[in-house]
Design a protein around this ligand. Sequence first.
Ligand code: HEM
Length: 138
Amino acid sequence: MRNIAIGLLGLALATGAARAEGTLYERLGGEAGVAQITSEYIDAVANDPAVNQSFEKVNLKRLKKMLAEFTCSLTGGGCVYSGDDMKIVHKNLKITEREFNALVEALRVSLDRHGVSQRDKNALLAIFAPMQRDIVEK
Ligand code: HEM
């Protein structure tokens, strides 16, 4: 009986904790937070002459919107991503590993600026990292 009571208490606490934490999307600041973070790191790479060659002639406003939607769809925000897959989108852009790393670094800086926890930062980076193989052209 005591064990059951302790078990139920544990379950209640765990459920409560999960509810308090919400989704990664919520912890990134929801729609407004993700839009700001996305805008910041895209501006950072698009304004860096060392890594911005593929952003020339790109409609950044549209790109930010698509990327925020993509991020939402992958972090529990409930969006449906309406773009193409990563391989198709980045085909022929000749993106290098250095450029990919620069974008990830810019994302990290932006997440820090928004006070995102280490755990949530790692969770988002772990979602993006494997996409390198579809984005970087060897
Ligand atoms: C994990 C990293 C990345 C993710 C998740 C990502 C995601 C996306 C998404 C969702 C789009 C919009 C797709 C659409 O319009 O349908 C996009 C477009 C684009 N991405 Fe990335 N991307 C990543 C890395 C990079 C890097 C490293 C670069 C270059 C340094 C880059 C350059 C671009 C450009 C130039 C476009 C616009 C293409 C166009 O409109 O023709 N991306 N990306």
